[in-house]
Design a protein around this ligand. Structure first.
Ligand SMILES: *[C@@H]1O[C@H](CO)[C@@H](O)[C@H](O)[C@H]1NC(C)=O
Ligand SMILES: *[C@@H]1O[C@H](CO)[C@@H](O)[C@H](O)[C@H]1NC(C)=O
Ligand SMILES: *[C@@H]1O[C@H](CO)[C@@H](O)[C@H](O)[C@H]1NC(C)=O
Length: 250
């Protein structure tokens, strides 16, 4: 018999994992195309989508975040763009522009899609989603080579204890920050540092950001306990830890 706790863990841990090592910086980390509804390629929805992507890249550049809605009735589309908090405005706009082009390639007729890159994410839908925490699109990524292969479980356990401390501190810092973005370093001995970063989309409240990051921490515990690095990307928040610095200004 499974205890309730272990069956919960099973459900959480059965989520999709993606092998981050298979992508490069310019490839998307992941994309999801919803197939529940499709649009025609030259219709009004397609026009709205095109305009909205242009709008998002322009609006997001100075502040790293944008919401936008274009069109009316059946052709109305809602979009959200988020750049990683440390990314400069020109790189942010470029990332969103290429996310827009890639998502239209990958999801050519879908009324709803989401795509993640290292430096930005883009989401659009024919339904209103602003302000709601997205728990549906959430994925773990890790480098499959970056495991503990010493066979020393107590080592891995002690390491992950430090990771959890870092992630907790990061969560505490992120959800009260005005930008809903924070990074954090932690010295873990042997002159090694752990580096972490977390971010929420700015359409959700600080309290919802906290909940989103708590879910991300649970997910990381599932995918990445035996790993030296891992990340979770989602529609409303993302979180990452690694043994090397990865921010532009770090
Ligand atoms: C939309 O298109 C995809 C593939 O292009 C297809 O699998 C899906 O069934 C379509 N959805 C609807 C609602 O027509
Ligand atoms: C396992 O890790 C512990 C704690 O770092 C260390 O004391 C021990 O020597 C390691 N054992 C092996 C077999 O490597
Ligand atoms: C995070 O915040 C909670 C609540 O204020 C506090 O109990 C906890 O010690 C903090 N954790 C870290 C690692 O800073």
């Amino acid at each position: 018999m499974h205890s309730p706790a272990s069956s919960t863990l099973y459900v959480l841990c059965s989520a999709l994992f993606i092998h981050a090592a298979l992508t490069t910086a310019v490839d998307p980390l992941h994309a999801v195309c919803s197939t529940s509804k499709n649009y025609t390629s030259h219709g009004a929805f397609s026009n709205s989508l095109h305009q909205m992507m242009f709008l998002l890249a322009t609006k997001a550049a100075p502040i790293g975040f944008a919401l936008g809605s274009v069109g009316h009735g059946d052709s109305r589309v809602n979009g959200l763009a988020l750049c990683r908090g440390d990314v400069r405005s020109s790189a942010c706009a470029a990332c969103i522009r290429s996310a827009g082009a890639r998502v239209r390639d990958l999801c050519p007729r879908n009324n709803e899609a989401i795509i993640w890159f290292d430096e930005c994410m883009l989401r659009y839908s024919d339904t209103e989603f602003f302000g709601d925490v997205d728990y549906d699109h959430s994925f773990s990524l890790f480098d499959p080579r970056n495991t503990f292969n010493t066979g020393n479980v107590s080592d891995a356990k002690a390491f992950y204890g430090k990771v959890e401390f870092l992630l907790e501190r990061l969560k505490n810092k992120t959800y009260i920050s005005p930008l809903l973005f924070a990074n954090q370093e932690l010295e873990i001995g042997e002159s090694r540092n752990l580096y972490g970063v977390a971010q929420c989309t700015k359409d959700i409240s600080g309290g919802d950001c906290k909940k989103c990051l708590e879910a991300a921490i649970n997910k990381l515990r599932c995918c990445c306990r035996a790993r030296r690095g891992g990340r979770v990307v989602g529609g409303s928040c993302n979180m990452r830890y690694q043994l090397y610095p990865f921010l532009d200004d770090a």
